[in-house]
Design a protein around this ligand. Structure first.
Ligand code: CMP
Length: 835
């Protein structure tokens, strides 16, 4: 058979196998990768035997094709790794990742270094292949596969921040481990000297360089994809191309880490690309990437596992001892991370407190997967590495991966059961019973109504619903037997239900095209805070988290600083516009939640609990409404624009539903529907993104709002405007603190500030047209009062040097400012005298 045909035949056969293995895994309730590894080993054994028998016919051809399947070792690195990593990174919620980037990076890099050194040091005394080869095994096995643990975490409802930490860790530890692997491999092959400080420096350089290349490539992809909007095939192709391009550019041209570059490119696409790539394409894109990732990891698993029988058959008794040492060392390394590093992060306030049961699950659930195998397979065929070393690494690494899959993977669920992590708490049982009781009663009633409608004898209806009646009786007995909810548990359960419902409301508004993806992601991140808060401290935690959710984010503060220092408006404008829309949607969803609480939760929990929950929602609603009102007051035109856009989106959604209704009733055909939808999509694209927000901070426009500049001629006004800097103050922002050195004064163009003078019970309000901060400049004394913005304020800032120049040039202005300052001084003196 022709080579190509033979390869294709083998691949096609394996694809059939993959499909069925997935189905079997579901049936047997075993992790897919575990079954895959098992199947791979079996296939390797069978192929070896059956290919020998030979003979004509497709069956023999297939086995021959499989046994001759010999991918070059580098193919694993170049062909599969970029796909695997790109897919993993694309699926991550970048906003949540960024929230916890520091602990994630610390944990990832820390875990990789710990694993490499613990495993390396443990193996070295038992073999004579040298420390570097031992360290290499440690680095290969430092990568953990997140799928198993994260999946289990989701099922068990673990804190979301913890799940993110573990998911993020496993993504970056892949990257870090591969960087370390490349370095150690270079040392082993004799390309680089074995010098620890130099190696560490190279590690940092390679990792940092990878990040830089990834950022550039990710950005470039976002730029290139913009003109391809609404061409799904082209958009998706570009992302696939860039997975490989960033790998190659980083690895070959920049000589930094290719995998780190791929991961970062995918993260940039996930964060920014979502707004550039059309929403409909995004779903397809995720699907395509899931498929590619599935193929890549499945093939790596199968092909690697197939190589195991010959490798393990070559193994000697001494390898068994080494294997035992390796298992213990790798577990110890992971234990150091779980029980040493993680608590350290908790102690530093960077991570949640994690219970021992969860830590044990993280320890035992640290399965090694496709990445470890791909790395292990890249070793054996290098001519520069001694054969003895090649065997050593290949046997140990593949053996250990199989151990984690076949032993840890199959015992993880029993362990969780043993630790009672999968038990429903008494509160959950009580809730389940109430929910069942509600649903079953409804079913019984419904059946009776149907029977009555259809003229069926009521006796038959009763017979049909007998099992429901029996279940209801059993639940009644359970309730009497003590599965009754305490008020505290009821409230907690109610909060969790509300949080989950809030998230599903955001998602459904997004699917309907009413809320944009950026906003939905921001809001869902905040729902995560609410969830973690409620889990940790119940109602108080929920309230604290909701306060944080309406507060100003760190990004807003940074954007404001950038505006002030560099005069760059757009980051702040963008953040404000996101805040505007997010608040608008939050208020809307909170109203929906109130309804939900009244109508559904009262029946499930109790009237009293629903009332308390209603109060919690109301308080939250008031805070959000207030924050929205402050923005609306300052940017009324923009508020109207956003509201108009929101209504247009709702109208479009309604229109679409109408068309689909007509189609469902066969009143219009598919062609007409397509035509109508095409037009709808065009109009939807026009209202998809919020219009840019004009901050309105141009000094030339603002200066005319200050009365003391009113009489000046145009030239003079222009000259003054050039010395002033526009600035937006956020509500509650401290503008001046008493006792500070003064370096500027401010004119208020819009908004109000509070001046808190010591000794005066109520603060003095200064409004539009007034100024403050002049006294410290005139007297060269420290600031004499605290000044705080009440709502949003447009200010014009005049630096000390410009202030002196200005009052020197303009006597009238000087007189005016001096007079006001003198008056203020009188108040101060008067107060001091009074005290
Ligand atoms: P400065 O001392 O530079 O910083 C605090 C500012 O508060 C001060 O300048 C004045 O601009 C303002 N301030 C102090 N006292 C009063 C007052 N009685 N009425 C209005 N503004 C005041």
């Amino acid at each position: 058979m022709h080579d190509i045909v033979s390869i294709l035949f083998g691949v096609a056969g394996l694809l059939v196998l993959l499909g069925f293995l997935q189905a079997v895994a579901g049936r047997l309730n075993v992790p897919y990768t575990v079954l895959l590894a098992g199947a791979g080993v079996a296939l390797g054994l069978l192929a070896g035997v059956l290919a020998q028998i030979g003979g004509p016919g497709p069956f023999a051809d297939f086995w021959r094709a499989i046994s001759e399947f010999n991918l070059p070792a580098e193919a694993y690195l170049y062909l599969f790794l970029p796909l695997l990593l790109f897919e993993m990174a694309l699926a991550i919620e970048v906003r949540r990742l960024l929230d916890d980037l520091a602990p994630i990076l610390l944990l990832a890099v820390g875990a990789v270094l710990v694993s490499t050194f613990v495993v390396g040091a443990a193996l070295a005394p038992f073999t004579d292949v040298g420390l570097i080869a031992c360290l290499l095994v440690g680095a290969i096995l430092a990568t953990t596969d997140p799928v198993a643990v994260v999946g289990i975490f989701r099922d068990l409802g673990a804190p979301r921040r913890l799940a993110m930490l573990i998911e993020g860790e496993s993504l970056f530890n892949d990257a870090a481990a591969i960087v370390l692997f490349t370095l150690l491999y270079g040392m082993l092959a004799g390309d680089r000297p074995a010098d620890i400080p130099q190696a560490l420096l190279a590690f940092v350089w390679s990792f940092g360089g990878g990040i830089a290349v990834g950022l550039v490539m990710g950005r470039l992809l976002c730029v290139l994809v913009t003109p391809l909007r609404d061409l799904p095939m082209a958009e998706i192709s570009l992302t696939v191309a860039f997975a490989y391009l960033s790998f190659i550019v980083a690895q070959h041209y920049a000589e930094v880490s290719g995998v780190v570059a791929v991961v970062v490119t995918a993260l940039v696409v996930s964060a920014l690309g979502r707004t550039r790539i059309s929403p409909r394409t995004w779903d397809g894109l995720e699907q395509v990437w899931k498929q590619l990732g599935f193929w890549a990891s499945s093939f790596v698993f199968l092909l690697a596992a197939m190589k195991v029988p010959p490798i393990l058959l070559d193994a000697e008794a001494s390898d068994l001892l080494l294997g035992g040492v390796l298992v213990v060392a790798a577990l110890v390394a992971r234990a150091v991370v779980c029980f040493g590093l993680l608590p350290l992060l908790t102690w530093a306030g960077l991570a949640h407190k994690v219970s021992y049961a969860f830590k044990t699950v993280i320890l035992w659930g640290g399965l090694r997967g496709a990445v470890s195998l791909a790395l292990a397979l890249a070793i054996p065929e290098d001519p520069n590495v001694a054969e003895e070393v090649q065997d050593f690494v290949a046997v140990l690494a593949t053996g250990y991966v199989l151990f984690t899959l076949l032993v840890q993977g199959t015992t993880l669920k029993p362990l969780i059961h043993l630790l009672r992590l999968d038990r429903l708490s008494a509160a959950q049982v009580a809730i389940r019973n109430r929910a069942l009781a509600l649903a079953l009663t409804q079913v019984q009633e419904h059946i009776e109504v149907v029977a009555w409608h259809e003229g069926i004898d009521l006796d038959i209806a009763h017979r049909a619903t007998r099992q429901y009646g029996e279940k209801l009786d059993a639940i009644g007995r359970d309730l009497v037997a003590g599965c009754v909810l305490e008020e505290k548990d009821r409230l907690f359960t109610g909060l969790v239900i509300l949080i989950n419902h809030e998230e599903s409301l955001y998602r459904s508004h997004f699917r309907e095209g009413i809320v944009s993806r950026v906003i939905v992601e921001t809001l869902i991140t905040r729902v995560g805070w609410l969830y973690d808060g409620a889990r940790a401290e119940g109602r108080a935690g929920y309230e604290a988290a909701s306060e944080r959710a309406t507060g100003f984010t760190q990004r807003m503060i940074w954007a404001q600083r950038i505006q002030q220092r560099l005069g760059l408006d757009w980051p702040l404008a963008r953040r404000l516009s996101v805040r505007f829309e997010a608040l608008l949607v939050t208020c809307m969803v909170l109203r929906e939640l109130q309804d939900f609480c009244r109508h559904k939760l009262a029946a499930l929990l109790s009237e009293a609990t629903a009332r308390t929950l209603g109060e919690v929602l109301e308080t939250r609603g008031k805070v959000a409404e207030k924050a929205l009102a402050a923005l609306r007051q300052h940017y009324p035109d923009y508020a109207q624009l956003l509201e108009h856009q929101y209504l247009s989106r709702v109208a479009l959604r309604r229109e679409e539903a109408e068309y689909e209704g007509l189609r469902a009733e066969s009143l219009i055909g598919q062609e007409i529907l397509n035509d109508l939808k095409g037009d709808l999509e065009r109009r939807r694209a026009a209202v998809e993104h919020p219009p840019p927000l004009e901050l309105g901070l141009l000094p030339a426009q603002l200066v005319s709002r200050v009365p003391i500049f009113a009489g000046l001629g145009e030239d003079r006004l222009g000259a003054i405007a050039r010395q002033l800097r526009g600035r937006l103050a956020l509500p509650d922002e401290m503008l001046i603190q008493r006792g500070e050195r003064g370096d500027a004064m401010f004119f208020i163009c819009a908004g109000t500030v509070d001046v808190r003078v010591p000794g005066l019970a109520t603060p003095i309000h200064l409004g539009s047209g007034e100024f403050f901060g002049e006294m410290a400049l005139l007297s060269r004394q420290p600031r004499n009062a605290d000044v705080r913005a009440i709502g949003y304020c447009h200010l014009l800032e005049l630096s000390e040097a410009d202030f002196r120049r200005l009052i020197e040039q303009d006597q009238e202005l000087r007189g005016h400012i001096l007079a006001t300052a003198r008056e203020r001084k009188l108040t101060l003196d008067h107060l001091e005298g009074g005290v």
